[in-house]
Ligand binder design. Structure first.
Ligand code: ACO
Length: 401
């Protein structure tokens, strides 16, 4: 509780809204979201249509530039991205400085920041050509370094982008390709990944996107702002939830596979444990992305013929939570991360890379939001506070304390 006496000395009225549950930070034309109705649209197009009919590169273009690309625009976008996929060889020295045990998200945040050293000039947001090149450069280099975090952890040689393949195929090639043999990723996996990236591509003013906007509002460059976004995404209450979901399922399995026991644990207010992959700040009805991804997960599991006891535990947990009064009354439904972890596992993606995949998907959203914030000449982000600490005190020398 705030002691009103302590508020003396504050000037003007301040809205106190921890977690910004009801505070808007900007006007935006990028993503529309209605948490009550479970609606998500990018630039006016429904997420269902985009996930069903479009592809990740097209959706990236849509988010960043405002319209779906024509065939010529799409071609140019893909070719310009290809132009920038070589990452400075000196970046490898930086990667080599990390221990193999480093979490890929920490390495990714650092490497994204390190890109500023090799690209010191920030693009002029009012110069369309410069911005276009900066967007393509970011899309290109981020994908490559994201996969390098995995190659490094495994001790494998780093792979290069294959210009004969598409962006999402290249993710698989960069991750799993062998320098000594041709590699063709499974099209089922590539299609599912493409869809997953679309579902993750933007989600208006979530924690990492707000971070990107606020860092960029000081006129920090795109790579620096995105590096901060990666750090924000890493947390288990945000993008890190997809890894946390799998770790939770593994723990349930290791302890005998009793999903209901964990359901009870999540309801116990004296226990800090939460059911990972359940609940959402804005979706209090259902997460429209979760619906699409659940279907994709079922398709991928069926077509890859995956038989995994972890997935049975997930299904049991989901079914029990959906019937449970505690979860029902608080509108806690499985969110996108609940299913994405499951689908990534079925695809053979290592658990510690799950949040990196989220970051790759979210990248166009971060870029679009950064660009919009700068083009709209938004002021520097600087929230106020209500001071509740000590009043003026006399300083005492160390021997008097
Ligand atoms: N398990 C158990 N109880 C939960 C859970 C959960 N996963 N999520 C919320 N609750 C309970 C809270 O304890 C609280 O109960 P109370 O009213 O009795 O005190 C009530 O539901 C409301 O929860 P809040 O924490 O107020 O909701 P908030 O909007 O602040 O948090 C969040 C949303 C962070 C996503 C939360 O639901 C959570 O921690 N979920 C697990 C982590 C997760 O899956 N994160 C991914 C989010 S999606 C994304 O980043 C793409």
């Amino acid at each position: 509780a705030i002691d009103i006496d302590k508020l003396r000395g504050q000037t003007g009225a301040i809205t106190l809204d921890p977690g910004y549950k009801n505070s808007g930070s900007c006007k935006s034309e990028i993503t529309f979201l209605d948490g009550e109705k479970g609606i998500l649209r990018y630039r006016g197009y429904s997420i269902e249509d985009l996930a069903g009919k479009s592809n990740f590169i097209e959706v990236s273009y849509l988010l960043i530039f405002g319209e779906l690309p024509t065939a010529a625009e799409l071609d140019k976008f893909e070719n310009t991205i290809r132009k920038y996929t070589l990452v400075n060889e000196e970046m490898k020295n930086i990667i080599d400085g990390f221990p193999k045990t480093a979490h890929p998200m920490g390495v990714l945040a650092s490497l994204t920041s390190a890109l500023t050293a090799f690209n010191p000039k920030s693009a002029d947001v009012n110069n369309e050509k410069e911005m276009y090149e900066a967007v393509c450069k970011t899309m290109a280099k981020f994908l490559v370094i994201a996969t390098w975090t995995y190659r490094k952890a495994k001790g494998y040689p780093l792979n290069y982008y294959d210009n004969t393949k598409g962006y999402v195929e290249n993710f698989m090639q960069l991750m799993f390709g062998l320098p000594t043999a041709p590699y063709t990723p499974d099209p089922v996996v590539v299609n599912a990944l493409d869809k997953l990236f679309i579902l993750h591509a933007d989600h208006e003013q979530n924690c990492s996107t707000s971070t990107v906007r606020i860092v960029g509002s000081s006129h920090a460059g795109l790579f620096a702002s995105i590096s901060a976004g990666v750090s924000a995404l890493w947390g288990p209450l945000h993008g890190g939830a997809n890894q946390a979901v799998l770790e939770m399922l593994e723990e349930i399995q290791a302890n005998g596979g009793d999903a209901d026991k964990y359901l009870e644990k999540a309801k116990d207010k004296n226990d800090p444990f939460r059911l990972m992959g359940f609940g959402h700040r804005v979706y209090k009805n259902f997460d429209p992305r979760a619906k699409i991804i659940k279907k994709a997960a079922d398709d991928v599991l069926a077509s890859l013929g995956v038989d995994d006891p972890i997935l049975d535990i997930a299904k049991k947990l989901e079914a029990s939570a959906l019937e449970d009064e505690y979860f029902k009354s608080r509108n806690l439904y499985p969110n996108v991360d609940f299913y994405s972890g499951i689908i990534y596992r079925a695809m053979g993606i290592p658990t510690e890379m799950f949040t990196v995949l989220f970051a790759i998907g979210r990248l166009p959203g971060w870029i679009a939001q950064w660009k919009e914030m700068r083009v709209n000449k938004e002021p520097i982000g600087r929230p106020r506070q209500v001071y509740v600490g000590e009043q003026l005190r006399d300083f005492k020398a160390v021997n008097e304390r």
